[in-house]
Design a binder for this molecule. Structure first.
Ligand code: PNS
Length: 164
C-alpha cells in the first residue's frame, strides 16, 4: 500500500489539518506530515515546536500510522526522502484549488511520479485557517475548538509565559 505526504506551514495546526490527516491515514499505509521550514516567514512556533505539537495532537486523536517531520526546500524532495508517492492536499474552496493546482503543475514537472490527491475539507472547516487563528491568538480571543486540544494547551502555556 502507498505512503503519502501532507506538507504545510501549520502555524498553527488546526482542526481542519487534523481532519485531513485522519482521513488520509485511513487511505494510506503511512502518512508523513511535513512541517516546512520557511526562512522568509516569522512563525509563532519553531518548526520543531510545531512538529512536536502536531505529533501530540495526532497521538491524542489515536492515529497510529502518521509520522511528523521537519523539512526544508522542495516538497518533491521531502516526498523522495520519506519514499512517498502521493501528495495529499486539502481543499476548502476554489481559491485553494487554483493555488494547489498551480503547485501540482510544478511538482509534476519536478517529480512526474508524485501523484497529488485532493481531499475536500469537511463543511465545518471551510472558513478555518491558520492565519485567522493567528489573528485571534494575537488579540487573545478564544480559539477553543479551532485547534486540537493538545495544541490549545501548548498555545495557552506560551501566551502565559510571554505575559510573565
Ligand atoms: O501550509 P502552506 O504554507 O499553505 O503549505 C504550502 C506548502 C508547504 C505545501 C508549499 O509552500 C510547498 O510545497 N513548499 C515547498 C516548496 C515547493 O516545493 N514548492 C513547489 C514548487 S514551486
Amino acid at each position: 500500500m502507498r505512503s503519502a505526504i501532507f506538507a504545510g506551514s501549520f502555524d498553527p495546526f488546526t482542526m481542519g489539518h487534523l481532519d485531513i490527516v485522519k482521513r488520509a491515514a485511513g487511505l494510506f499505509e503511512t502518512v508523513h506530515v511535513g512541517v516546512l521550514v520557511n526562512p522568509e516567514k516569522h512563525p509563532l512556533f519553531t518548526p520543531e515546536e510545531r512538529r512536536d505539537m502536531i505529533a501530540a495532537a495526532i497521538r491524542g486523536a489515536g492515529i497510529a500510522n502518521v509520522k511528523v517531520h521537519v523539512f526544508g526546500g522542495l516538497l518533491v524532495d521531502f516526498a523522495r526522502t520519506v519514499r512517498a508517492d502521493v501528495n495529499i492536499r486539502g481543499l476548502r474552496n476554489g481559491v485553494d484549488f487554483d493555488y494547489e493546482y498551480s503547485m501540482e503543475f510544478y511538482n509534476k514537472r519536478l517529480s512526474p511520479g508524485l501523484e497529488t490527491v485532493y481531499l475536500a475539507a469537511d463543511s465545518t472547516h471551510i472558513f478555518l485557517s491558520s492565519s485567522a487563528v493567528r489573528t485571534l491568538m494575537a488579540a487573545k480571543a478564544d480559539i477553543t475548538g479551532l485547534v486540537p486540544e493538545q495544541i490549545y494547551q501548548l498555545i495557552a502555556e506560551r501566551v502565559k509565559s510571554d505575559e510573565q
